[in-house]
Write a protein that binds this ligand. Sequence first.
Ligand code: BG6
Length: 488
Amino acid sequence: MVSRVIPVEVFDLVIFGATGDLATRKILPGLYRRFYGGHMPEEARIIGCARSEMDAAGFRDLARRAIDEFVDAGKHDAAQIAAFLDRLEYVPVDATGTSGWPELKALMRPDVVNAFYFSVAPALFGEIAERLHGHGIAGPDARIVVEKPFGRDLASARALNATLAAHFDEHQIYRIDHYLGKETVQNLMAVRFANILFEPLWNSQYVDHVQITVAETVGVGGRGSYYDKSGAMRDMVQNHMMQLLCLIAMEPPYHYDPDAVRDEKLKVIRALQPMAAGDIVRGQYRGTGGKRALSSYLDDVENPQSRTESYIALKVQIANWRWQGTPFYLRTGKRLRARTSEIAITFKQPPHSIFDEADHDWRENVLVIRLQPNEGMNLKVMIKEPGPGGMRLVQVPLDMSFADALGDEGADIPDAYERLIMDVIRGNQTLFMRGDEVEAAWAWADPVIAGWEARGERPQGYDSGSSGPDDALMLMHRDGRRWREIRG
Ligand code: BG6
């Protein structure tokens, strides 16, 4: 297959927080992979900025270590790495002070694409934006990239939006939700809108319910102090899962264009019904004893009184013509049985069966879109069981792994960050959240969170390595439905 990657213009990409975790784990390795793939112009430059006193050689060393650790060994090519490192510069900058800014300005080339990645705590966004502006470093075409958490409620998200808007237009602001950069998440749009097959059935007349699962095996690790103030609702649902829900539920945009897509997503968020207490289950993982002992959530966050959830399941309803009566069940959690993210669309049964019911174990059609691992799609259909003995029906999967179907190209799926950073350079905002979208998602999440806080609810304990708390099963059972098994 011929590669049809859209070329990017020459750029200067400045990374604030260049020595931090995100830069070393994701941004620098991602940029290297693009360079290795030949998708980065020769003259492009990456300028690291952070408080640490360091020179370009020190930053190149740091980047080399990041590549060693986080890029597949198959892409370690000494000449390519050296050429990539050559593109790197470093300026020590005090984000809240005056030092470093004139030096940064002197280094920037105003005639190429200028992008600034704020890989720093949100508390610094305003300070950096103001200084970029004040020192005349960011012109009207410059782009800024900001990371989650984008606020912790509607009020803080609004304040952040206002801070950025004081110095940058919306078309310059790229709010990253890395789920939108995942190849299979983008594929949701391709599957829905590039095929005639699914769209006619994509509504409450034919869809019984939708399940969205993002299960992780890891605990909160070293991020306890952040996570305990956040919890699964703020950390995963308000952003990543909301985006998945939108892509499944939205109306067809008139074009694959940033505002057309984001307008449709926004309509979905605004149509979400307020949630009843009984439609929410929150959990917290317990530790395990024995040889391979695992710590509990409470130990991990060092807060024995914590009421923060490491698991959440929700039954969400969308109040519009397309989805009235079709619930969306969402669940996400840490320390679950397997790492898996998938969307399962369960269709209704045919209106009338021409076959003798007694012989068959009737199963509904289910379309499963696997986001990770083993990206692919699986459609469960009923067929005749082969062989003699009359008309017996069985359900079989039509299974497609993208890696099998697409060979090498399907197997070499780019990391979400690579894709998104290149879209910033291309000036394409389709896969970034617009300010009003983020605010609408908080406007929905805030009362849900306020509700359980007012009720003083504690999350239910669940065993590490399980499928989550028992009450989550009930959320489906009482509707006569079942969660799909969490399998890797
Ligand atoms: C992050 C959350 O945004 O997404 C983490 O803060 C979570 O808690 C991570 O582990 C999951 O991302 P992925 O790409 O591993 O599914």
